[in-house]
Design a protein around this ligand. Structure first.
Ligand SMILES: Nc1ncnc2c1ncn2[C@@H]1O[C@H](COP(=O)(O)OP(=O)(O)OP(=O)(O)O)[C@@H](O)[C@H]1O
Ligand SMILES: [Mg+2]
Length: 320
């Protein structure tokens, strides 16, 4: 763990116990995921729908309870914290969601949504201090302080997402977990929100976990990228390296499906990679073996552990 590391996640495991057609299954939504996040760094999580990106984000701050792992932040394992100490951590590690309309209360003025965490935690010295901090926070996300008095329905999608980000900035956190923050927005507005996040990272030295199913979006903003497949990180490394020299066959398939030089790919429906296997009845061996052109022998029997392959680039593949 370097001195610049703000968050270290080791062996994170989150299982959902679900019932399908009268049978009980333990669905390993997040299976042995490890990574670190440095101060001021933007780390992307990318992968197809259902691969576990959201569950990773939620598990870190125990919005979903993991069954195993260690999440080191500020000298503590977040997973051991409860009550007041957990709530304090959740002020320093904040979430931004995909759909700002769904996450904003339609009957509350923008000011009250932005001030919500501050109100709950009694962070304001006076009503004047509260107004001042709301205005400052709105300005930080490029909104005029007069937006404080408006209601969500009076805002455009991009403005609402700016409010969604503003809520996560009062008080200023160390980490933002942004779960598909631009997926509901038009492409032109997406760029503005991505630029805002880049700008906030620079000005506030924020570390950001940026979750998206869209490799091209992740490529525009992230310093490092983690590629997830069926609950596991199959590759993680510098964005530049990962795009130029993808190691894992799955990452290669994703990247090669992206037309260059301006990569635009929506992973998920319509992707030319075939259907992923059922999450309910996973076979032994590598989870990617069903779709992998290289799979043979050991790939069908043993789960590959993630290992460093080149410089800081890690991948989970028996063939590397
Ligand atoms: N509360 C829950 N109960 C049961 N299963 C769940 C629950 N939340 C998620 N899952 C399952 O866990 C797996 C991972 O879901 P998750 O939402 O983390 O994926 P994701 O990568 O964020 O997908 P998307 O790109 O669609 O947002 C999926 O198979 C999903 O169906
Ligand atoms: Mg998700």
């Amino acid at each position: 763990m370097s001195s610049e590391t703000i968050l270290d996640v080791a062996g994170l495991r989150t299982t959902f116990h679900v019932k399908r057609a009268n049978k009980k299954y333990a669905l390993k939504a997040v299976d042995n995921v490890s990574f670190h996040l440095d101060k001021g760094e933007i780390l992307g999580f990318v992968g197809e729908t259902g691969c576990g990106k959201t569950t990773v984000g939620r598990s870190i701050i125990k919005l979903t309870k993991p069954e195993g792992g260690v999440v080191t932040f500020g000298g503590n394992n977040i997973l051991n914290l409860t009550g007041r100490r957990l709530r304090e951590v959740r002020l320093k590690v904040r979430m931004v969601f995909q759909d700002p309309y769904a996450s904003l209360n339609p009957r509350r003025r923008i000011a009250d949504s932005v001030a919500e965490a501050g109100d709950i935690h009694k962070l304001f010295n006076s009503p004047q201090d509260r107004l001042k901090q709301i205005a400052e926070t709105l300005k930080r996300v490029g909104l005029d302080p007069s937006f404080a008095d408006r209601f969500p329905h009076e805002l455009s999608g991009g403005q609402r997402q700016r409010v969604g980000i503003a809520r996560a900035l009062l008080p200023i956190p160390g980490i933002i977990i942004a779960d598909e923050p631009v997926s509901a927005l038009d492409v032109s507005i997406q760029a503005q929100i991505l630029n805002l996040l880049l700008d906030l990272r620079k000005r506030l030295n924020l570390a950001i976990i940026f979750i998206s199913h869209d490799l091209s979006v992740v490529g525009q903003i992230c310093d490092r990228i983690a590629v997830m497949y069926l609950g596991r990180v199959v590759e993680i490394g510098e964005a530049e390296e990962l795009f130029n020299r993808p190691l894992h066959p799955y990452t290669q398939a994703l990247i090669h499906a992206v037309p260059k030089p301006n990569p635009r790919l929506r992973i998920g429906k319509g992707m030319a990679l075939g259907e992923p296997p059922s999450r309910f009845e996973l076979k032994p061996g590598c989870t990617y073996a069903d779709r992998c052109p290289l799979a043979e022998g050991v790939c069908l029997t043993d789960v590959p552990e993630i290992k460093t392959v080149k410089n800081a680039q890690m991948a989970a593949c028996h063939k590397l």
